[in-house]
Design a protein around this ligand. Structure first.
Ligand SMILES: Cc1cc2nc3c(=O)[nH]c(=O)nc-3n(C[C@H](O)[C@H](O)[C@H](O)COP(=O)(O)O)c2cc1C
Length: 195
């Protein structure tokens, strides 16, 4: 057996790092391009590329923070909540909004397959970030449904899925994945499922 590729190590060790544990430096333009290229390697029926990654960095972070604060006020969180949400937007060195563009009338590829492609792209993007030494976490929350935020990130027909927070991780993985082991998801199929 030949030496397993380094990519497998990255796949088997990736973990999410929340904004609290993300510090400078964030990924550069070249790093982000590699993450986007990894995303484009994800399975994608009919190569529709039903997603966009919108990078928020530099001065744009303040604009996103203002949107987050307004959304918190609109949701009745008060000034304290608005300040918290503003700080959440500013903390990660780089944030990448994930926008899905699902073609509901596609003749060949139903919506669920396009969503699967979006999920694969996110996973590859995050694994590439990890392989490059960065930490990241996919986040959403009620904010994605705030009309002003959605309008700020989406063209007509697009859906804001959430944001990937990115930076240098200040903590290691807490331990192995809590989601279970291979045996919990890998099962032999013998006959049709019972109704
Ligand atoms: C589309 C999407 C949205 C998510 N939104 C949140 C969120 O708002 N808050 C959160 O704590 N985790 C959210 N998660 C889950 C985390 O990104 C992460 O996967 C989870 O905490 C498991 O950690 P792990 O990736 O280290 O296994 C989301 C995941 C996905 C795919």
């Amino acid at each position: 057996m030949t030496q397993p590729p380094l990519a497998l190590d990255a796949l088997l060790t990736r973990y999410s790092v929340g904004p609290k544990h993300l510090t400078e430096p964030g990924p550069s333009e070249a790093h982000l391009a590699q993450m986007a290229e990894a995303a484009l390697r994800a399975p994608d029926h009919a190569e529709l590329v039903p997603y966009r990654f919108k990078v928020v960095r530099g001065a744009a972070k303040e604009r996103m923070a203002a949107l987050f604060a307004d959304a918190a006020r609109a949701a009745g969180k008060g000034e304290e909540g608005a300040t918290l949400d503003r700080e959440r937007a500013l903390k990660p060195p780089v944030t990448v909004a994930v926008v899905a563009r699902i073609d509901l009338g596609h003749p060949l590829v139903p919506a669920h397959e396009q969503w699967a492609a979006v999920g694969g792209a996110i996973a590859n993007f995050l694994t590439a970030a990890h392989a490059l030494g960065f930490g990241g976490k996919m986040l959403s929350g009620a904010k994605v449904r705030d009309a002003a935020i959605a309008a700020a990130f989406c063209e007509p027909g697009e859906t804001l899925l959430g944001w990937i927070a990115l930076g240098t991780p200040s903590r290691k993985a807490a331990g192995p994945s809590r989601k279970g082991d291979a045996a919990s998801v890998l099962v032999d199929w013998h006959s049709p499922c019972k109704a």
